[in-house]
Design a protein. Structure first.
Length: 298
């Protein structure tokens, strides 16, 4: 079917913003031109892509299916344009990174600072999502690479993973509210006698911890599930329970202590993952080289 790419481009902007007026601003064309382009595309495809009302615009089921294919295509074209304009130098261009809030704050900031100092002309764009959601960003072409916890069940064989840091997860508690656990080693079963604070089910950390308890034939029912390790640390500090967090985010926890567990917890890794079937931009290669010389083979 011979359909002009510009029609799909207009569709993508309307579908992403769910607004004809916002799409017209992004595309620098009139709102009527946007509306007309969508109508032409709908006529050529023989389907309705949007449900229009005076208050909002919604994608139809067919529109949602089309967006899942058009979004990666548009991002791939934009990525190709950026690499061509970069002209194999680091004088300009951009680097697009996906990572969780915790990884950004407690691990990536020094590297971002160093990269910015050494390559001031390169624009750095960081998108914060959970480690599982970051895989979606990578698959849709919205980022050049992601920094994620590993194991991550969402990573596929289409992605190359480069280990950059090994860490342990720890259980932490308030010195004031849990003095009986200080200088004491307990089992995972004994730990369940106390309220457990942890990340929500959508995170790789939650997936890891539930699997760990299942391996010991234990049923983990957390007291509180949140989307932020910072909040877990805060709630542990006021004695609401025992929090499960990566050791690299314990930089301000003088009022907390690590609960000693008799069962040895496996280590995990931070990895950089990129699409194995797409070239890695020069700026992204330069950033990855901070962690490993093996990127020369990318």
């Amino acid at each position: 079917m011979d359909i002009n790419y510009e029609l799909y481009k207009v569709f993508y902007h309307v579908a992403s913003s769910l607004s004809f007026s916002e799409a017209s601003k992004q595309l620098f064309i009139s709102q009527s031109a946007v509306s007309q382009s969508v109508k032409v595309l709908e006529k050529k495809l023989g389907i309705t892509l949007f449900i229009r009302s005076t208050k909002k615009v919604q994608l139809t089921p067919e529109g949602e299916i089309l967006l899942r294919y058009v979004e990666p295509a548009v991002n791939l074209i934009q990525r190709g344009e950026a690499q061509v304009m970069e002209s194999s130098t680091l004088g300009g261009g951009q680097i697009r990174i996906g990572a969780s809030d915790t990884i950004c704050r407690y691990f990536l900031v020094p590297y971002l600072n160093r990269f910015h100092r050494e390559h001031a002309g390169v624009h750095i764009k960081v998108t914060n999502q959970t480690s599982t959601r970051c895989v979606d960003l990578l698959e849709s072409g919205q980022v050049d690479f992601i920094v994620t916890n590993y194991p991550n069940s969402r990573l596929t064989d289409r992605m190359t993973s480069i280990p950059i840091h090994t860490f342990r997860d720890v259980f932490i508690a308030s010195r004031e509210h849990y003095p009986e656990l200080m200088n004491k080693t307990i089992t995972l079963k004994e730990l369940l006698q106390h309220p457990i604070l942890m990340l929500d089910r959508k995170s790789t950390t939650s997936e890891f911890l539930h699997q760990l308890f299942q391996q010991h034939q234990l049923d983990l029912v957390p007291e509180i599930e949140l989307g932020s390790n910072d909040l877990l640390v805060d709630l542990a500090s006021i004695g609401l329970g025992i929090a499960f967090v990566p050791d690299y985010c314990l930089t301000r926890a003088s009022d907390l202590f690590q609960v000693q567990i008799a069962d040895t917890l496996p280590t995990r890794q931070l990895v950089i993952a990129h699409n194995a079937h797409l070239p890695v931009p020069q700026a992204a290669k330069a950033f990855i080289r901070f962690f490993t010389a093996e990127t020369e083979a990318l």
